[in-house]
Each structure stands twice: as C-alpha cells, then as structure tokens.
Design a protein around this ligand. Sequence first.
Ligand code: GDP
Ligand code: MG
Length: 597
Amino acid sequence: MDTKFKRNFSIIAHIDHGKSTLADRLLQITNTVSEREMKEQLLDSMDLEREKGITIKAQAVTLFYDAKDGNRYELNLIDTPGHVDFIYEVSRSLAACEGALLVVDAAQGVEAQTLANVYLALENDLEILPVINKIDLPAADPEKVKEEIETVIGLDTDEAVLTSAKSGIGIEELLEEIVKKVPSPSGKPESPLKVLIFDSHFDDFRGVITYVRIVEGTLKKGDKLRIWSTGKDIEVLECGIFSPIMKPQNELTAGSVGYIISGIKSIQDTRIGDTIFNPKNPIEEPLEGYRPAQSMVFAGIYPISTEDYEDLREALEKLQLNDASLSFTPETSTALGFGFRCGFLGLLHMEIIVERLRREYNIDLISTTPSVEYRIHMENGEIKIIDNPAEFPIVGKKAVEEPYIKGTVITPKDYVGNVMELCQEKRGIYVDMQYLDETRTMITYELPLAEIVLDFYDKLKSKTKGYASFEYEMIGYKESKLVKVDILVSGEPVDAFSFICHSDNAYYRGRAITEKLKDVIPRQMFEIPIQAALGSKIIARETIRAYRKNVLAKCYGGDISRKKKLLEKQKQGKKRMKQIGNVEIPQEAFISVLKLD
Ligand code: GDP
Ligand code: MG
C-alpha cells in the first residue's frame, strides 16, 4: 500500500480512561475481529493484565479502514500501558508512530498520567488528537474537560472527538479524524531498508518474534538482513502484520508495522531500539534508538529450592526479552543462597515479574525487601553505588545520597490537606500548588524515591478515597541521613531482612519488623531472640519462646497411617522453610517484611 494511505498512531491516557475499550471498538468497527472473536479488552492478552485490569505490554495491531473519501487506509494502532511503572513501554510505542489519540475521561478530566503521556508524545513530535471518552456517563462534562485540556495542556480542543467507547458513539468520526489529522509516514518503499525494532517476544516454538516498524524501504520474506549494533546476520523466514493474531505477508513496506521471524534463538540478539538493515544496500546511520530504561527499584530473587536456580535464570532471560526494563545479575546471600539481584521500574513492575515467574514458570521464590540505588561518598574519595543493603559500608562513609523524584498529585480540593500530610510524612519537600479549576488542585513535591516505592501510592489512594492521581519523574540525588538496620535471628544477621532507611525511622521500622517476625516465625525447640541492630547497637528485641511441637501427640494409639500422613504433612511444610543457622524461617516471613506499614 502507498505510504500516503498509512497512519500509525498510539492511544495514550490516564489509567481507566478507556484506551483498551476504545481499541476494542476500533477493531470491531473495521471488522479486524469478528463479533464472535471479540472479547472485552482484546489487546490485554496476558492473563495478569486481565486480572489486574491494566495493560502491561504495548500491543500492535493493523486495521484496514474504508474512509469516506473512498480510499482504503492501513491504520497501525499501538496500545500502550497507563501505569507510571510502564512509562518506558509508552515511550517505545510512541517512537513507532506519527500520531497519538489522547483519551480523557469526560467525567474525570485531566489526570497526572494524562500529563506525563502528553509530554512524551510531544517529545516524539506526534500529532495529538484529543478524544473525550465516556460521554455516556451521567457525570460527563465534555465542555469542562475541553477547557481543562486547553488550560492545563495547551492543546486546541475545537475539533476534539467526543466518544463513548462503551456504547460505540463517535468511533467512525474518530477514524475519519485519524485519517485526516495523523500525518502519513515519510519513508519511501524504494529507499535502503531501515527497520526499527520496537519490541520483541520469545515464542517457545518459533524463537524470537521481533516487532518492527519499517521506517524506510521494503522488507521481503527470504531477505538476508543485518542487525546494526550486534552485526548479527538474520534471514527473514516470515514477515507479517498483527491482525490482531500474526498474519504472514510477502513483504512489509515503509510506514508499516508488523513482525519478523528470523529463527533467532538467542534472546540477546534483538535489542529493542536497534536498527535492522540490508547489507546489500547499506545505510550510513542507524535510526535513533530509545533512551534505555532505568531500573528504579532493586531486589534479590531467590529460588526456594536450589535446584530451581538454572530454571530461574532461564525464566528471567525469557522475561527480559519481552521487557528490556528488567535487569538481573547473579548474587549470593548467606541467608538465601544463590539468586539474582533484579532491577525493576517500580513496585508494580516487580510484583508482576515475581508473579509471572511463579505462574508461568512454576518457580517458587522469595524476594527480598526492595531497595533503591544509593550513592555513597567514602572518606577516601571513592564513590560507591549500591542497591543492596548488604553492601552498605559500616565505616569510612563521608556522605550518603539517595535518589529523589518530582511527584505530581492531582486531587479534589477536599483532600489537599491529607495529600500534603502524607508527602510531609514521606520526607517530602513542598514545591508548588496550582488550581486546575474550582474543584481540583495539582500539588508538586520532591520526595525520596525510597519512600515512594514502598507504599506511597496505596496510601495516597486511601487518603483521597481513590480520587487522587500521581505521577513522578527522577530529578537526581540528594544527601540524606541514611543508616542500615540489620535484623538478627538467634544472634545471626539475616542479610535478606536488612534495610537502609532514614535515621529518624530506624527505630520504628526495626521494631515493626521484629514484632512482625515474632508472629510469623513458628516456635521451635529453643528460645529465639529477634533483634534489630544499628551497627553493634541493638535498637529492638523480641523473643520467641521455646516450644516442642509434637504433632503425633494428637494420635492416640496405633493408627499408623494417620501418623504417617501427619509426618508427611509436616515434611511438606518444611519445604517452605529456609534454614538460617539453627532456625527455620518460613517463606511468609520474608514476604511479610515487605508488607510492613
Ligand atoms: P484503560 O485503562 O485506559 O485501558 O481503560 P479500559 O479500557 O480498561 O476501561 C476502564 C473502564 O472504563 C472499564 O470498566 C470500561 O468498561 C470503562 N469504559 C471505557 N470506556 C467507557 C465509556 O465510554 N463509557 C463508560 N461508561 N465506561 C467506559
Ligand atoms: Mg488498558
């Protein structure tokens, strides 16, 4: 198809404003999927996405639309995730587009993520089409939302499309707007080939499936191509489009979005953001890649049973192929044995990875308390960067710095007090407050990232009855009074429980953990002291009293089979325990420490 009939666009929005539902309607009205195949939020294909009702991975799909001008258009739609942890996925998707539909809920108005996504779209020079969705709701106020988009974002809303993705209002009109307003791609089918890798996916049977945008030239089945940064040669065994399932094509031309299967088995060979070209018709420069994802939150992940170590490595490698923002390196813990130090974009990201390792790869695992990356200035001038409390130096430190973010909260006026109180409690530094309209306020604070990653978002939601939205960006490092707290079980430090925190909070957090552990570690045959320590100073202590657990006592007389069963059950229970010194600590203990208030 001629590039002038192609349109590539993304849908961006704050979470729950209706992106995925709108995508469904677009698929339906263009007959990309039949009525029968249509399930709600079709593009959210991962089980976890459906369960949590969020979009994690960006997805691409090609639609064909017969416009009122009599022409048939190829529309490439890339759905994007809305949660702040996945902003990286959004920026990747946007690089493959010329336009973006900015969906705003007609009853909610502009939210924190709406802003964050608009900034990304502007950075990528995209044409932004405002779409005011959910106009069917009784509380919808499209005029007010238009005004908000104009004053807060500065976009002209005269031609904003009003839709109800749920009841199918305004969808045809939206398609016409896309055709009219989104620029067609500038590449030419006859130019030397330049292909952008914007995502990839590992399939057990077919190997690596690479998601591509053909920026220049034409790509054919059978072509022998090369990947720019690795110099790796590949052959196009199959190419095609997403419809939304993979549909093979003979060729893909400039401006199109689709996939390549090239028999690559090693997942390190297709780097997202890389350029594919044809060595027979070489290019001088690669396409501009992406800024690499930055891990914000780090935690150790350990298999419960050591035999699973290699499986865990393989699973992490596979997940990494689909998720360039996941990083991992091997590490050892005296408490937990061999595992991996993993880097995540945020807590939700971590939760999802851990859950996928459990469900999709069947690996039982323990994760340590998440931590951010600290910068430690030593007296000898050296700067240490650590993300693991175990590496926190005890002596010789001059200053410790921690990462700070600029957080933006948009909240109804009634909760401004609560929000400020929470930010203050989290060691926030007030920056600015702005009134969006008579009812809503935008508050900006600088906050330590470490305070955000644990439970800030949950607390914000509960203090604003779910009405506040939140978004943040990294602003750099600031010096803080940070200390490392060790937790000792029977006098032995358990490295997996150590944490770094502000010295004002050390006592309180140390006590909270020892109290929690007292409840979750079962009594054993001897007394177990549980202590929190700052260096050699004990700041909290609990004791688990000795107890002899005789499971057989309940079986009077000689019912052997019942006794066996009980012993069997006890053995099973033991599998879930980690032996630390002479104490057995159940898996729940490690998890419960994470969930501390
Ligand atoms: P996303 O997070 O932006 O992808 O939002 P979803 O598409 O998952 O939609 C979030 C919720 O809003 C779902 O319960 C949808 O059914 C609902 N929703 C989406 N569009 C509309 C609409 O036009 N009207 C109404 N009333 N509800 C909608
Ligand atoms: Mg969605």
